[in-house]
Design a protein around this ligand. Structure first.
Ligand SMILES: C[S@@+](CC[C@H](N)C(=O)[O-])C[C@H]1O[C@@H](n2cnc3c(N)ncnc32)[C@H](O)[C@@H]1O
Length: 212
């Protein structure tokens, strides 16, 4: 390396655009192994979504970054009178979601839903891809009415490096997301979770639970 390249250093990569992230997930939709279309309802992540939302019969719930709608399908099955809105950036993911869901292609950083239109909203392993995390949290909270419930499940920043990740992915500290949610919500907490409720969490997954 000569003095000129040392002086200028390595050029910083520009942040990937929303359209390139959408392209990535549109292609990833073919990968059923890593982006499955179903999930065992006994998995604690699913149980926590169901229990935190509570009885949503006759109510509207949004799954943000729903992928192939594996969580949304179970929420709809358990609450047949609920309106479940499944939102994802990637149309190819949505194309594999249950036709009974109200499906919509959009970014969670700019949601096409009216303020206070939902009784609950959740995002499982999707906020980590939203790049503008403050905008996404603000949007999730905007569409939920006062008293409505919000749940985010994502990975712990202090375990960064454990898995292969695309360049834009972000993991979060507990306090970091608690603080963002607390700007909009009256009650916020977080806890470590694992896939099974009888297995001690190893710190990889965190659930943030909020009431607006
Ligand atoms: C790891 S998958 C998780 C999917 C689903 N929540 C699940 O647990 O099965 C991440 C999903 O987030 C979506 N996504 C990424 N960025 C997004 C954004 N800005 N707004 C909405 N969805 C987004 C991707 O298209 C992908 O389907």
């Amino acid at each position: 390396m000569n003095w000129i390249s040392r002086l200028f250093g390595r050029p910083k990569q520009p942040a990937p655009s929303v359209s390139s992230i959408a392209r990535f997930f549109n292609e990833a939709a073919r990968d059923e192994e890593h982006f499955p279309s179903s999930i065992d309802p006994r998995i604690y992540h699913v149980q926590l979504v169901l229990s935190h939302l509570g009885d949503v019969s006759g109510r509207t719930v949004a799954d943000l970054g729903c992928g192939k709608g594996r969580f949304a399908r179970i929420v709809a099955e358990r609450n047949p009178a609920a309106r479940v809105v499944a939102i994802d950036l990637a149309e190819a993911m949505l194309a594999q979601a249950d036709l009974n869901l109200l499906r919509c292609a959009a970014s969670m950083t700019s949601l096409p839903l009216a303020s206070g239109s939902c009784d609950g909203a959740y995002a499982t392993e999707s906020l980590e891809h939203a790049v503008d995390i403050e905008a996404a949290v603000s949007e999730i909270c905007r569409i939920v009415k006062p008293g409505g419930r919000i749940l985010i499940i994502d990975k712990n920043a202090s375990h960064w490096g454990r898995l292969k990740t695309p360049e834009w992915e972000r993991w979060f500290g507990r306090r970091e997301l608690e603080r963002l949610l607390a700007r909009h919500c009256s009650q916020v907490s977080s806890r470590f979770i694992s896939y099974w409720d009888d297995v001690e969490p190893d710190g990889l997954f965190i659930a943030w639970l909020a009431v607006k």
